[in-house]
Design a protein around this ligand. Structure first.
Ligand code: GDP
Length: 590
């Protein structure tokens, strides 16, 4: 190869014609050159990198492997770790252990499975027998490591994604063989799919006499997780956490999935990763578990995590052993951060404390302006965002009262897809809108559509905080009309709801003129006489409308602030009970 030849990038395989174009030679000449090197190829055939390298060297070029650009996937979302290594030299990337999280319906055996997997590892047992719970652990299988995140459930998983991180490379979906696919199974699948993380199914409780593996496989197939023994590409591995059966197969399955996903990092590259958990401990200060995703972390380094930073004093692995280094996919417990970062915060190593301080200041500033601009995605702005190249599809989470209305709603929505802006339903399920729906929407820049359902009080609160829009409908054509207009950029700014305050009902009085009155304490914000109110009992909304009266110690008042008690009457409604919650809001043009 020519010492001072021009460098040209060549992919793993290249068509002869394209190779000729690259070095500006005629294809005929190139074919002859190939022949003289013993390679018979026509103009439309491909040659591999090594062959191409030899040929181009004869013309004085130095072939270097083409940097494969990270392909943006359908929803515009790229697995988090790929973004993290995007700036790394591809030649320096090496395979790293897969990071696995376990999701699934409650009681299907997530915790049991995590415990059994932890115990199977001899290496972990040798080191004193006791492993520390630091939020993640590693096991060895066939000389290879697998990292498990120790907090099962999609709340933790999605919370991380909502913060911009994604700890896991692979999701193990636990489905109990006796119980089958349940609502949280479907929810977990939606969360994993939204994150574009491959799913492997652990069919647990296979020891039970009423286990029905075929039924589970059928249900999974209906959810587009077709088992590999049925011709699909989802691995479904029968296990029993109780009898410790199938665990080896599961670990092997995880390694296979890892292999087909080519999970890499540069151990010598920029040190970045995700905060798994953190808390303050007596006499020790802030203890944080960091999952390194690229580079190698060492004691003494200065780390910025979320909006805090510090010089790391010591690193400890999950066995409680001090370690001098933590490479890609290794979770370590660290001491030295000034404040407690949040799970899901991204950390990085910087050179100086000064640099750390300025990054933190910038982040705090960003967080403030983000809080001001609040709404991440709304139906009104989807067209503008699509035009600006920020979105290619409108991501939706759909909740409806019953299956009978969910199916037509989803059907109608799907009919609207196909235009320039597609519709991508991340999750459709029956039931009220809950916190989990909002977190999934927040993490996936989606909006939540409710059909004949309500949003729980807690869901509304989280939606406000996360800037997630919720649209509630009772008539299908109203919904399709809105969405159609939004996709064409024709949706008028609508009135949006602004919550003024909340109150709790402490007593119920009967007043002769006013009828039933709720004796309330304003728990936050304020109640305003001419604003609108909703009354909730648990997650059920019993009333939505206007106040008939707002009084403080028998005086009519216009507003009542946080911490004060007042009497509230409702127009045409008197079914009030102690413990009910009030939300007071106004409608404003957005
Ligand atoms: P999680 O809520 O998904 O974390 O479920 P747990 O791990 O807490 O398990 C729920 C229940 O199922 C517990 O009573 C376990 O003992 C039981 N369980 C878990 N795995 C198995 C299994 O393989 N076979 C049987 N028979 N029971 C299991």
């Amino acid at each position: 190869m020519s010492e001072n030849g021009h460098k040209i990038e060549i992919p793993a395989t290249i068509v002869v014609r394209d190779l000729a174009l690259k070095i500006e030679k005629s294809p005929i000449e190139l074919i002859k050159k190939l022949m003289s090197n013993g390679v018979m190829a026509t103009i439309n055939q491909t040659v591999d990198f090594d062959t191409a390298a030899i040929i181009v060297a004869e013309y004085g070029f130095e072939a270097i492997p083409e940097v494969v650009e990270v392909v943006k996937e359908e929803s515009g979302e790229v697995p988090y770790w790929r973004r993290m290594i995007a700036g790394e030299d591809t030649a320096k990337l090496s395979l790293r252990p897969p990071v696995v999280t376990i999701l699934g319906h409650v009681d299907h055996g997530k915790t049991s499975l995590l415990d059994v997997i932890r115990q199977t590892d001899v290496a972990a047992g040798e080191a004193g027998g006791i492993t520390q719970h630091i939020g993640a652990y590693q096991v060895e299988r066939n000389g290879r490591l697998i990292t498990f995140l120790d907090t099962p459930g999609h709340a933790a998983f999605t919370q991380m994604r909502a913060r911009g991180a994604q700890g896991a490379d692979i999701v193990v979906l636990v489905v109990a063989a006796d119980d089958g696919v349940m609502p949280q199974t479907r929810e977990a699948i939606a969360h994993a799919k939204a994150a574009r993380v491959p799913i492997l199914v652990a069919m647990n409780k296979i020891d039970k006499s009423n286990a029905n593996p075929e039924k589970v496989k059928q249900q999974l197939s209906e959810l587009e997780l077709v088992p590999d023994d049925w011709g699909g590409n989802t691995m479904v591995i029968p296990v029993s956490a109780r009898e410790k059966k199938g665990i080896d197969d599961l670990l092997e399955g995880i390694l296979l999935v890892a292999d087909s996903n080519d999970i890499r990092a540069n151990p010598e590259g920029t040190v970045v990763g995700t905060v798994i958990e953190a808390q303050v401990e007596k006499n020790k200060g802030v203890m944080a578990t960091l999952l390194v995703q690229n580079g190698t972390l060492e004691p003494g380094e200065i780390v910025v995590a979320g909006s805090t930073f510090g010089k790391l004093k010591a690193l400890t692995d999950f066995k409680g052993q001090p370690v001098k280094q933590a490479g890609p996919s290794m979770p370590v417990l660290v001491m030295g951060l000034a404040e407690v970062p949040s799970a899901g915060d991204i950390f990085q190593v910087v050179e100086t404390e000064r640099e750390a301080r300025s990054i933190v200041e910038q982040r705090i500033q960003d967080a403030k302006s983000q809080a001001q601009s609040k709404t991440k995605v709304s139906l009104e702005d989807i067209f503008e965002r699509a035009k600006a190249g920020e979105a290619r599809a409108l991501n939706l989470i759909v909740k409806a009262d019953v299956q009978g209305s969910l199916d037509p709603v989803v059907g109608e929505l799907n009919k609207l897809s196909g235009g320039e802006i597609g519709i991508n339903i991340l999750y459709a399920e029956t039931g009220n809108i809950g916190e989990n729906d909002i977190m999934l929407a927040s993490a996936s820049s989606a909006i939540v559509i409710g059909f004949n359902v309500q949003a729980d009080v807690s869901a509304r609160r989280v939606a406000e905080k996360e800037g997630v829009s919720i649209r509630l409908y009772e008539i299908i054509y109203r919904m399709t009309e809105d969405i159609e207009k939004a996709l064409k950029g024709m949706l008028e700014p609508v009135v949006v709801e602004k919550v003024l305050g909340r109150a709790q009902v402490l007593a119920v009085f009967s007043a002769s003129k006013l009828g039933k009155v709720a004796g309330c304490k304003v728990t936050d914000g304020e109640l305003r006489r001419n604003a609108r109110v909703r009354l909730f009992r648990g997650s059920d909304m019993l009333f939505e409308g206007e106040m008939a009266s707002l009084r403080h110690e028998k005086e009519d008042v216009r507003e009542m602030r946080q911490g004060f008690e007042c009497g509230v009457g409702f127009k045409n409604f008197k079914d009030i009970q102690v413990g009910d919650q009030l939300i007071c809001y106004v409608l404003e043009k957005s």
